[in-house]
Design a protein around this ligand. Sequence first.
Ligand SMILES: [Zn+2]
Length: 229
Amino acid sequence: MNRWLAGILDFAFPATCHVCDGKLAPHERFACSHCLSTLPRTGFHRRDLNPMEERLAGKVPFVRATGHFFYTRGSALSTLIQDMKYRRYPGIGEMLGRIVAEELFPSGFFSGIDLIVPVPMHFLKQARRGYNQTHHIANGISKAAGIPVSTALKASRSHKTQTSMTLQQRLDNTSGIFSLPYPGSLDNKGILLVDDVCTTGSTLISAASAILDNAPSAKISILTLGVTF
Ligand SMILES: [Zn+2]
């Protein structure tokens, strides 16, 4: 179904929650307040050397990192993320990005951040899907935190799906796929690298490495919606 038709149908028939199928209140979109409030928060941003930072430590230099929700297969969060990525609901990314940023903001998580950089998608894949969901997550964070989004990081080639790979295989698979065509744009900047889910961290490590190879004075922090454990 095309987006316009979906929009008209959403208007004609009351929208339901993507998670529980309950009817949405007029101010709600994609998911009801109850389903959103019960997504399992990690609280990692309140901990020194949290488990996600331990996962990435020693692989790439970074200031701080967090995944905001625990991600498990078949969970409410996975339903929302699957719909965001594969069922043409990029607005879910913006909604979740905004919620995450609003919850992180009081802790000072965004202090020193000048630019939000979404992990890019290769343009052919993006052309097929019609959008890069990570960009929509970054837009939601941007609106809540008041920090601009930069698209300086590009994916110069596509990578294979990584579901059954080890960390080393994933690092080899993603190594060299990211590039910074105009490196000067990130010099001396505090960068918040954003992705949907952190599993092994290989994509984030490759993306952060590409930024630091080209802009060594950049300071990188990392934020994902979900994190697996
Ligand atoms: Zn619900």
